[in-house]
Design a protein. Structure first.
Length: 83
């Protein structure tokens, strides 16, 4: 009893092997690389990136307090009272 060529003794799984595909499809990344939009017009090819003005610097999230400042400003604070 000969075994058909689509079955295989090796590899595990269901034992079926795909030998050929009549309409092979590109995988996702290969498809997106092949079909990405291209710049074809000369004015578009020579176009430079947009130059934006710089944003002002952000305020500091934290301020450092040295131990000398901490000692002079440390006064015994009372816990808040609720009435």
């Amino acid at each position: 009893n000969p075994i058909p060529s689509s079955f295989s003794h090796f590899g595990g799984g269901t034992g079926l092997m795909i030998e050929y595909s009549s309409r092979p499809q590109k995988k996702a990344t290969a498809h997106h690389r092949k079909t990405r939009p291209r710049k074809t017009q000369p004015w578009d090819v020579k176009r430079k990136p947009t130059v934006y003005t710089l944003l002002p610097p952000l305020p500091a999230d934290w301020t450092l307090v040295s131990s000398a400042d901490e000692a002079s400003s440390s006064s015994p604070k009372e816990p808040p009272t609720t009435e």
